[in-house]
Design a protein around this ligand. Structure first.
Ligand SMILES: [Zn+2]
Length: 219
């Protein structure tokens, strides 16, 4: 029983050595073809699974190489597609995401009672104040940003005022001033706390809440 066991173990050992030797065989030549191994892991698997044979690598690679030729009928489209690949894609400046903020919203019109000494009919950008628009601290909500205010609508930031700057720098509160054409409309608006949606101005470097790294108003 014991002798039989030893004999069996010796047999197994010899078998193992043989298998190992045979198994090592195909792997060594595979290393001499690193380009095939690196490019096509599937081919490498085929090589190492076939005992003591080098055959599968060739046909597999040919099949892989001939596949694209069947898709492209002539050489001209290849040149065109290569050209398209080489040409750098137009660099699209990634527009910052729109922000959603809670803001204090007051209202004004271009009249002297609302604007005092600044009542010259012009916004701080120099455009006509006789249309709807929004004033903000432009270091927070930059000029040109489109702001949607519930109960008012959507308008562009084109003006500023000391109250907006004080709210931000003194209280850390976003403050906008929505502009109406008539004084009574501004009076009627009063002061509200609103949730506004702010879209970044186009074609200018992002500043304020849209500056790189600013997460104000992001989800
Ligand atoms: Zn007014």
């Amino acid at each position: 029983m014991t002798r039989c066991g030893w004999a069996g173990a010796a047999c197994l050992w010899t078998l193992c050595l043989t298998l190992l030797w045979c198994g090592r065989g195909p792997r060594t030549p595979a290393r001499t073809e690193p380009e095939a191994a690196r490019r096509e892991p599937a081919t490498l698997m085929a090589v190492s699974m076939a005992p003591c044979a080098h055959e599968p690598a060739g046909p597999a690679r040919e099949a892989g190489a001939s596949a694209p030729e069947r898709d492209v009928p002539s050489s001209e489209p290849i040149a065109v597609s290569l050209l398209q690949e080489l040409e750098p894609a137009p660099v699209q400046a990634q527009a910052p995401e729109a922000r959603v903020l809670t803001a204090r919203a007051t209202a004004y019109c271009p009249c002297k009672r609302c604007c005092g000494r600044f009542a010259d009919g012009r916004t701080s950008l120099g455009t006509s104040a006789w249309r709807r628009g929004i004033a903000s601290d432009p270091t927070v909500i930059p000029y040109g940003a489109r702001v949607t205010v519930p109960g008012y609508g959507t308008a562009e930031v084109d003006d500023t005022g000391p109250a907006m700057r004080r709210s931000w720098h003194g209280q850390g509160r976003v403050h906008i001033d929505v502009r109406f054409l008539y004084h009574w409309q501004a009076r009627q608006w009063g002061t509200r706390t609103v949730t506004i949606r702010v879209e970044p101005p186009e074609g200018v470097p992002p500043t304020g809440i849209f500056a790189p790294g600013s997460t104000l108003g992001l989800e």
